[in-house]
Design a protein around this ligand. Structure first.
Ligand SMILES: Cc1cc2nc3c(=O)[nH]c(=O)nc-3n(C[C@H](O)[C@H](O)[C@H](O)COP(=O)(O)O)c2cc1C
Length: 164
């Protein structure tokens, strides 16, 4: 059934919902690093600890990362705009020149991330043209007193300063 509006209008209106910006990283079965910029990440459950996000069904990076069954959510600060756009394009060379360190689960932690959440895939459900990924949190940490978060609003990256 076709919607009573076009996709450009859908994107324009939904772009008014500010989102966080994370890069979901992980390794494929051969141990190669992949990553994709994601705005749909959210916390789901505290007990058990579950988080989730929605990669597109055609996401090449998610197809690779899911082979290992685990991934790391890198929460971006506003100083990481280059990382945001680097991982928001297609291609296999996204990690060129990036000096990442492995998380406890072995997934890439990107330099400058303000928090990172190591996860194991729990369930995947295809919903429309995206997959709903629900994952168990294995470990997580943050930098001391992150000052500026990155948010995505009306198609652009913005900075939100901590009020404390
Ligand atoms: C701020 C921002 C948020 C994004 N959020 C998502 C998202 O939640 N799900 C998604 O599938 N793509 C999202 N994208 C688009 C992907 O990053 C982009 O399609 C990327 O090229 C996919 O690469 P891949 O094919 O290597 O997975 C987002 C892009 C940006 C800039």
């Amino acid at each position: 059934m076709s919607a009573p509006f076009d996709s450009a209008h859908f994107r324009l209106v939904l772009g008014h919902v500010p989102t966080s910006v994370v890069v979901v990283t992980g390794l494929n079965a051969q141990g190669a690093a992949f990553g994709v910029t994601i705005g749909s990440f959210t916390s789901i459950s505290l007990d058990p600890p579950l988080v989730g996000f929605f990669p597109g069904v055609r996401s090449q990076s998610w197809a690779a990362i899911r082979e290992s069954g685990r991934f790391c959510v890198n929460v971006l600060g506003s100083h990481q705009e280059e990382m945001c756009w680097r991982f928001a394009k297609e291609g296999d060379d996204k990690f060129a020149g990036v000096e990442w360190v492995p998380s406890a689960g072995g997934s890439p932690v990107l330099p400058g991330s303000i928090a990172w959440i190591d996860c194991e895939i729990d369930t995947e459900t295809i919903i429309g043209d995206h997959t709903c990924v629900v994952a168990r949190v294995a470990s997580l940490d943050h930098v001391e007193k992150a000052e500026n978060a990155m948010v995505f609003f009306r198609g652009k990256v913005s900075s939100v300063k901590h009020g404390g």
